[in-house]
Design a protein around this ligand. Structure first.
Ligand code: ATP
Ligand code: MG
Length: 418
């Protein structure tokens, strides 16, 4: 594994032997007796991520490691595997028979490609204890052969430029020298299903991604201000959902036009409570929607105190209207941390685009930071809330952004891309 800038991974070795990709398990490996269930889920998600890659692939299980290979370029395997949540690291590797001569030849070939003067170390892990040499003897054997055959290299065990990892399994051995970070976490779906309230901003897509990393399969619901706003926020929500669905077996995106109900709240005298009253209507509607699709919790991108509608009192007032628990993965995050993560997830470039957000429609000049429940209830009493929710759900449009063409799309037409 090269951790020195400027030292290129000696990839040409991969052409000489069978190439593969090593996927090191994340938290799955902590899961005692349930481990096989989590591993199966992880592999199901990996298989789904490999669909349509353009050639046959195979997956092999070793202890806390998944080996991935196939008749497709290694780069393509890496690209797909790096999106699957549940792997701590993703390593391009070569695969040889578990035979000391074959392993040594592959090691010489791999390290023969690193620059003159660079330092290296060999670290062997012997998962098959029947292999005749101990790990440290394999290290020493390979190190000596490399020094003899590749002029200009030096050993540095403390701070090597390149670390060659040798993992000996029964029958096969894997050599790797580059470690790419994976998405870690628990396999999507292993913790159940949630419904994420997705706006067009930075926060809620990052919250969705964090929820996925704790094992939640996520459906998404976006409220727009139609008929009083243009559809720009829907295009953004669709593009965000497509990006997020690359990390999970594609979930649904529901789009609900909230404008008319927002007007009803304003006419009922919500005043400074308008934003919190709208948010309560969103979670009420989302709870009803979630129970129809088997989601057991809602997820939002709230961060405590970030804006007036996210004070503790207002979050409590919102929770009171939800029939389901409201999870807030970003509650303690700062805005800059959220934006940095949005860049890494790949949603920042979409979130930054301008849109007409339903929350700014009818927003009062000053939002109450302490929306009292009695006042909220007296505003809501002037509407028939059950009927409002039914009407909103009746007009919801549903998509499955990013799914294969043959996957079922429950209803609605796809909006134009953002
Ligand atoms: P974001 O960047 O996610 O838009 P924000 O800082 O703008 O967050 P708010 O507008 O107060 O915060 O929204 C808080 C949370 O409420 C959002 O993270 C999202 O989960 C939910 N939410 C807000 N607006 C909508 C919407 N139009 N549709 C669905 N959910 C929404
Ligand atoms: Mg927002």
């Amino acid at each position: 594994m090269s951790d020195t800038p400027g030292v290129p991974a000696p990839r040409h070795a991969a052409d000489t032997y069978g190439t593969c990709v090593l996927l090191k398990h994340g938290e799955v490996f902590l899961k005692g007796r349930n481990r096989h269930r989590f591993t199966e889920r992880l592999h199901d998600n990996l298989r789904l991520a490999l669909r349509g890659i353009g050639g046959s692939t195979w997956i092999k299980s070793a202890q806390n490691v998944t080996v991935l290979g196939g008749q497709v370029p290694q780069e393509a395997l890496l690209e797909r595997a790096r999106r699957v949540i549940g792997f701590n690291s993703v390593e391009p590797a070569v695969r040889v028979p578990s035979d000391l001569d074959a392993i040594t030849a592959a090691a010489v070939d791999a390290l023969g490609a690193i620059p003159h003067g660079a330092t290296f170390a060999v670290r062997t892990k012997r998962r098959d204890k029947r292999f005749p040499l101990t790990s440290s003897r394999v290290d020493a054997h390979i190190g000596a052969r490399v020094l003899a055959r590749v002029p200009g290299l030096r050993v540095n065990l403390a701070r090597p430029d390149v670390t060659l990892a040798v993992e000996i399994d029964r029958g096969e051995t894997y050599l790797s020298w580059e470690r790419l970070p994976g998405r870690s976490g628990l396999p999507v779906g292993s913790s159940g299903r949630a419904l994420v309230l997705l706006s067009g901003g930075y926060d809620s897509p990052v919250a969705a991604h964090r929820a996925m990393r704790r094992g939640l399969a996520c459906d998404l619901v976006h409220f727009n201000g139609a008929p009083y706003t243009n559809p720009s926020s829907v295009y953004k929500a669709y593009a965000l959902a497509r990006e997020l669905n690359r990390y999970q077996p594609p979930g649904l995106l529901h789009v609900i036009a909230l404008g008319t109900a927002q007007k009803q709240l304003a006419v009922a005298g919500a005043g400074r409570l308008q934003v919190v009253a709208q948010r309560r209507l969103m979670v009420r509607t989302a709870s009803a929607l979630a129970s129809r699709s088997g989601a057991e919790a809602l997820v939002t991108g709230d961060s405590l105190g970030q804006v007036a509608s996210q004070t503790l009192a207002n979050l409590v007032a919102v929770d009171e209207a939800s029939a389901l628990p409201v999870l807030r993965p970003l509650i303690g995050w700062e805005k800059q941390e959220i934006i940095d993560e949005a860049r890494s997830v790949g949603t920042a470039g979409i979130s930054v685009l301008p849109d007409e957000d339903c929350c700014t429609l009818l927003a009062p000049p000053r939002v109450s930071t302490r929306a009292g429940l009695p006042r909220l209830r007296s505003v809501e009493k002037r509407l028939d809330l059950d009927e409002v929710v039914e009407t909103l759900l009746g007009a919801a449009r549903t998509f499955r952004p990013g799914a294969d063409e043959d996957a079922p799309v429950p209803s609605g037409d796809c909006p134009a891309p953002a």
